[in-house]
Design a protein. Structure first.
Length: 89
């Protein structure tokens, strides 16, 4: 996986409040992957713990695409690629 960003399928984006993450499908190198973006990443992007997850996700989509590529490069064999605060470094 040599791409620097993942193309997000915007139709697949949903807020999984029970697991405190936004989940979505994305494509990289012609392959489709499932991703989960933890709320703590959204909190860091927003600079506040009070937010509406889906609008915030859309506002920071370009950054999230890059974070998704970083998380995918770390372990492309995961069933669900989790983007956490560690990916912000």
């Amino acid at each position: 996986m040599a791409e620097d960003r993942v193309t997000i399928d915007t139709v697949s984006v949903f807020d999984n409040t029970a697991d405190r993450q936004v989940e979505f499908a994305g494509e990289a190198s012609g392959e489709r992957y499932a991703f989960a973006l933890r709320y703590d990443v959204l909190e860091a992007l927003a600079g506040d713990a009070t937010f509406d997850a889906l609008p915030l996700f859309q506002r920071h989509r370009a950054r999230i695409q890059t974070l998704a590529a970083d998380a995918l490069a770390r372990d492309p064999d995961q069933a669900l690629v989790v983007i956490s605060e560690n990916d912000l470094a």
